[in-house]
Write a new protein. Structure first.
Length: 108
């Protein structure tokens, strides 16, 4: 005779089933927590990317403005040089034109 002889044999099975039910519920809670955590991480990542993108846009705008100013300044310098030295400018343009023409006719 064992100490379990006086117990109903379905009681341990019911206890095991109850334990399995609790384990399944805990797993579902963990799955929900992990899903929430993943969604939160994704949202934080998207926010960080949006911030960095905004900073890059500001930097790009500043660089574009600087490049535009540099180009405008170079254009003004060229115009001033041509006005101060018209004969040299025309001679340089003519010589450059001859050089380009010579290079293009050799290829043909």
């Amino acid at each position: 005779m064992t100490p379990y002889d006086d117990q109903d044999p379905t009681e341990p099975a019911a206890a095991v089933n109850a334990d399995w039910k609790l384990i399944r519920e805990d797993i579902e809670k963990l799955r929900a927590d992990l899903t929430r955590l993943g969604e939160k991480s994704i949202a934080e990542g998207q926010d960080k990317i949006a911030e960095e993108l905004a900073q890059l846009r500001v930097k790009a705008a500043a660089l574009a403005a600087k490049a535009q100013d540099t180009g405008r300044s170079a254009h003004e310098d060229i115009i001033a040089y041509v006005r101060e030295n018209p004969i040299t400018s025309v001679g340089s343009a003519f010589g450059l034109g001859l050089l380009v023409a010579a290079l293009l006719t050799r290829r043909s």
